[in-house]
Design a protein around this ligand. Structure first.
Ligand SMILES: C[S@@+](CC[C@H](N)C(=O)[O-])C[C@H]1O[C@@H](n2cnc3c(N)ncnc32)[C@H](O)[C@@H]1O
Length: 409
């Protein structure tokens, strides 16, 4: 097989990446990162040759998770101020401290175990364990299911540094356990699941697939049958409307529910109800890429060097849970969830523990604003709670007490 010009050798690939960086106005990656990206590009091209093109979900899967080469699998610094994007647990330990109020409530109705999905840098693990220790409510076990070998290593290092005395309670696992009893939690995990791309080109629906030419990867669009989930929305979309659909979200949630014997699943993520997700005005979809704190929407650039995400259709998750006869505990914005969990009081308490400098007060204020303001994470991130209980016992969480927006799903 002959490789296309852009990834035939390191010199051509370097030139290609430099052009992409100029176009996006972002800093160039290191030589080592470009070398890893080249290997990934060559692997993706081989896969395209074998299959005659990749669905976007297949391409996204390789870009993010190809062993040793994909964005989450290779060694770049991804999460946090020095990385490509910042998540709520990274931003402030107030996030984990507030979440702990819900964890303690859930522990009243099941075993004291936590399973965290996709634990990123390990910041949430450390802050949750320290807060639970303070509240004398430590879990017997804190399991982490992490698909990225690189992140697993970073999590283990951080846990040794920050919660070395508790680390024997933490266990990294490579597949979902059977008969789990406790809380399953994931922040910004569902938005990292691969999605397919669709476009309306009157009168058809088309599906995007990834191919290549000598200059790089391209999207091509072929007519496709309308997936059942999109039928009711399709008619309302204007010509040229583009969107995403997650082919994996339902089966992924069903697997989680199958492994959960008793307890709850809590998911927080960028996302919307289905009506908002497929609203005719959201005509460019929700796909976003993050590279060194720059946000853009070209997933075909900087292969394996940038994060690719798509917002979550929470209705799709809620319906999958309902189909498994699970209990929908609540759905709300991050702001409402954290306020109901007392984040403002926790911030004041943090202020009054020691006399903070003005700089520290300003920092806490900025963290609160980012977590709570509607145009930041406050409204764009939602929490969905799902319970699995015995017939007699209905779990009720006060985090959804201020307002519960389940009716929107
Ligand atoms: C955007 S990061 C969020 C990290 C962390 N939860 C945070 O909030 O900082 C996505 C995480 O999900 C993990 N991930 C992706 N797919 C997963 C899956 N199917 N199961 C478990 N973790 C997954 C990634 O490796 C990564 O750790």
């Amino acid at each position: 097989m002959s490789l296309p010009w852009f990834c035939a050798n390191i010199k051509n690939y370097q030139e290609t990446i430099e052009q992409q960086c100029q176009q996006l106005q972002v800093p160039a990656p290191t030589a080592e990162a470009i070398q890893t990206s080249l290997q990934l590009a060559q692997t993706v091209c081989q896969e395209i040759d074998v299959k005659g093109g990749l669905t976007f979900a297949e391409f996204m899967q390789m870009a993010l998770y190809q062993p040793a080469l994909g964005y989450y699998s290779a060694g770049s610094h991804k999460i946090g101020a020095q990385g490509d994007f910042v998540t709520a647990p990274e931003l402030s330990s107030l996030f984990a401290q507030s979440l702990v109020n819900t964890v303690v409530e859930i522990f009243e109705s099941c075993e004291r175990s936590i399973l965290e999905l996709g634990a990123g840098s390990g910041a949430l693990l450390c802050d949750v364990m320290l807060q639970l220790e303070k509240q004398n409510c430590l879990p017997e076990k804190y399991y982490i299911l992490e698909v990225s070998a690189d992140l697993r290593q970073r999590q283990q290092q951080l846990a040794q540094q920050k919660i070395g005395h508790l680390v024997e309670r933490v266990q990294w696992i490579s597949e979902l356990p059977k008969g789990f009893n406790g809380l399953i939690y994931g922040n910004e995990v569902v938005d990292a699941l691969p999605v397919d791309l669709y476009r309306k080109s009157n009168p058809q629906l088309q599906m995007g697939s990834v191919v290549y030419n000598d200059a790089g990867f391209n999207l091509t669009w072929q007519p496709t049958d309308i997936p059942e989930a999109l039928v009711t929305h399709f008619e309302q979309w204007p010509d040229g409307y583009q969107t995403e659909y997650s082919p994996l979200a339902e089966s992924w949630l069903t697997e989680l529910l199958n492994c959960l014997d008793k307890g709850a699943i809590l998911l927080s993520d960028y996302g919307y109800s289905e009506a908002d997700y497929y609203h005719p005005q959201r005509n460019l979809g929700t796909l976003q890429c993050y590279y060194r704190q720059h946000k853009h929407n070209n997933p075909l650039f900087l292969l394996g060097l940038q994060d690719i995400t798509a917002s979550v259709n929470f209705t799709q998750l809620a319906m999958a849970a309902d189909a498994q006869h699970a209990q929908l505990l609540g759905y709300n914005s991050q702001a409402m969830f954290l306020i109901a969990n007392g984040i403002e009081q926790l911030a004041q308490a943090a202020d009054s523990d020691t006399i903070p400098s003005t700089a520290e007060q300003i920092k806490i204020g900025q963290q609160l604003r980012t977590l709570l303001m509607p145009d930041e994470m406050g409204e764009t991130i939602k929490f969905l709670g799902i319970g699995k209980e015995g017939k007699q016992c209905k779990l009720s969480l006060s985090a959804f007490s201020l307002s519960n927006q389940l009716h929107q799903l």
